[in-house]
Design a protein around this ligand. Structure first.
Ligand code: ATP
Length: 217
């Protein structure tokens, strides 16, 4: 009698500018790996952001900092695909590429902060995102999910009540994940550094060293 083979564990993907990566990103990523029982989570730096000015700090530097930050944790990896693609970095294009790479049997879970969900209706082809992946929304301090309109309806329609949804299908569900709140933002880190103040303990020491060596910010 042949035994049923369990599907491979889901993969997570967290897109962002990571300008620079910090412990808010890293701790959330690791908690998601453990809570959702992901095989691994990819931090995916955006090369050409669609919804904000291109960061002064180039994508190669931002990706190098992510690589340093995850070097000691095998369950977190840097995914450089958006640096290798010309033009605006659309999440939908990355999810389609990732789906082609991992095949039709593996669950993929795209992670977005709930600040990003507020503006998700402006994302390129946003209603197709769930055709390619699940979405995990990180509940962040001080942010609320949209209460009305197309995004609220979309959330209601696809909301799953447990991470088991990630194993029932390879895409199509939305999970809301309340993680350890860490009030750290890249904006604040850049402001501290520009003001000549210390950002130590908000981000890995290896990333701070990289910033100093390359005179970023
Ligand atoms: P900036 O201050 O430049 O806007 P940021 O700190 O919000 O940057 P991003 O690179 O824009 O960082 O974030 C990538 C993703 O990580 C987004 O989905 C964002 O919501 C999420 N995120 C950022 N900071 C945190 C945090 N402290 N805790 C949990 N999620 C976070």
């Amino acid at each position: 009698m042949s035994e049923a083979v369990a599907p491979p564990a889901p993969i997570g993907v967290l897109g962002g500018t990571f300008n620079p990566v910090h412990y808010g990103h890293l701790r959330s990523a690791l908690e998601l790996v453990e809570h959702l029982q992901l095989d691994h989570l990819r931090l995916m730096p955006c090369a050409v952001p669609p919804h904000r000015d291109a960061p002064d700090c180039g994508a190669q530097h931002r990706a190098a900092m992510v690589e340093l930050a995850v070097a000691a944790e095998p369950r977190l990896v840097c995914d450089r695909r958006e640096l290798q693609r010309a033009g605006t970095s659309y999440t939908i294009d990355s999810l389609i590429e990732l789906r082609r790479e991992v095949g039709p049997q593996r669950s993929v879970c795209a992670v977005v902060g709930c600040d990003a969900v507020q503006g998700i209706a402006h994302w390129h082809r946003w209603q197709e995102l769930l055709d390619w992946a699940h979405i995990a929304v990180i509940a962040r301090p001080g942010w609320q999910l949209p209460r009305g309109g197309a995004v609220a309806q979309w959330l209601d329609r696809h909301l799953a009540d447990s991470p088991a949804a990630l194993r029932q299908d390879v895409s199509g569900s939305i999970l809301i994940e309340a993680l350890r709140p860490l009030a750290i933002s890249s904006t604040e880190i850049r402001q501290l550094l520009r003001a000549g103040r210390s950002a130590r303990y908000l981000l890995p020491e290896s990333v701070l060293d990289y910033i100093a060596t390359h005179k970023l910010y």
